[in-house]
Design a protein around this ligand. Structure first.
Ligand code: FES
Length: 325
């Protein structure tokens, strides 16, 4: 089971407009000067009040220890997170955040890196570009967005030392500059790794094209956004049981509840954060039974092992799962 996540108090030193509907936050230590170090691709959990916790990727240069930078897209389908950041968070506020965690790290064995960002998915990708530029590593970045005015960090990237390694692709631009995935992903070499972050349609297009072009799973790295997923039970879902290995206790998971909801009602606490199968906080070992994986945290290969699952959204393909709880 996950260990409790260490937390920090930070001050909102600056709130900026990064593009249409995208705000930036610069967070500094509320006490002391430096913040815990982070690696490229890291995110923090941000506590936004009323039990609302959201994950946001850090997008500054990982060599910086005096600040964390985030960028948040106002999502019309927001379940509260992005609208809270846009409407309520202001300069001078103190926020509770987790220490940075990384589920989307650079593969240091790679000799070349291909970075693909769609929209606000640029945040971890930009952090990776900063790091790779510092390391003098071989990389190319493609950044697709709707239009220049909706492109966060456009000026920062154009002024960066690695600007010559970045191609912008605007939906409202001419056909010659559109992102041509079969071309960009053609002929994968064994030492090139691909990193992608963006809206679900963008990510699926990139990953499907890469697999079709012969990229192996070990070369593919991705991070989904919580807002793109829906963890709620679906119509047609059925009730099943979970058994706690430590006590033998059996708990019924009704068709309209998630496993974590059913466990919480039975006073069994499992740590959760995103509650959408994205962050991995709730990851729990499965000792027997076959989970119905609905997360975006585990890789397809990890899911196929069926020895762990994310009870905030995943269900069962059998009558009973025995959990390491
Ligand atoms: Fe984030 Fe379950 S709480 S994956």
């Amino acid at each position: 089971m996950s260990s409790p996540v260490q937390e920090l108090r930070v001050l909102v030193a600056r709130k900026t407009v990064e593009a249409v509907d995208i705000c930036g936050l610069e967070l500094v230590a509320a006490e002391g000067q430096s913040l815990p170090p982070f690696s490229a691709g890291s995110h923090v959990d941000v506590h936004l009040g009323d039990g609302l916790v959201r994950q946001y990727s850090l997008c500054n240069d990982p060599s910086e220890q005096h600040r964390y930078q985030l960028a948040v897209l106002r999502d019309p389908a927001s379940r509260g997170g992005s609208s809270a950041v846009h409407a309520r968070v202001k300069e001078g506020d103190t926020l509770r955040i987790s220490v940075p965690r990384n589920h989307f790290a650079l593969a240091h064995e790679a000799r070349q890196h291909l970075l693909l960002a769609g929209g606000i998915g640029v945040t971890p990708i930009l952090c990776m570009a900063e790091r790779l530029a510092t390391m003098n590593a071989e990389f190319r970045m493609h950044y697709a967005s709707r239009s220049p005015d909706r492109t966060a960090f456009l000026d920062r990237i154009r002024r960066a030392s690695f600007a010559h390694r970045v191609d912008f692709h605007f939906d409202n631009g001419d056909a010659t500059q559109k992102l041509d995935l079969p071309v960009v992903l053609a002929k994968p070499t064994p030492h090139t790794h691909l990193y992608v972050c963006g809206p679900q349609g963008f990510m699926s297009a990139v990953l499907d094209t890469a697999r079709a072009q012969g990229w192996s799973e070990t070369q593919l790295h991705w991070e989904f956004f919580a807002a793109e997923t829906n963890a709620a039970p679906r119509s047609g879902d059925e009730a099943f049981e979970v058994q706690l290995a430590s006590s033998g206790r059996v708990i019924c998971v009704p068709a309209d509840q998630t496993v974590t909801q059913a466990l919480a009602l039975a006073s069994v606490a499992v740590p959760v954060s995103c509650e959408q199968g994205v962050c991995g906080t709730c990851l729990t070992r499965v000792l027997s039974g076959t989970p119905d994986h609905r997360d975006m945290y585990l890789t397809p290969a990890e899911q196929a092992l069926n020895d762990q699952f994310t009870p905030c959204c995943s269900r069962a393909r059998c009558k009973r799962l025995v959990l390491d709880l």
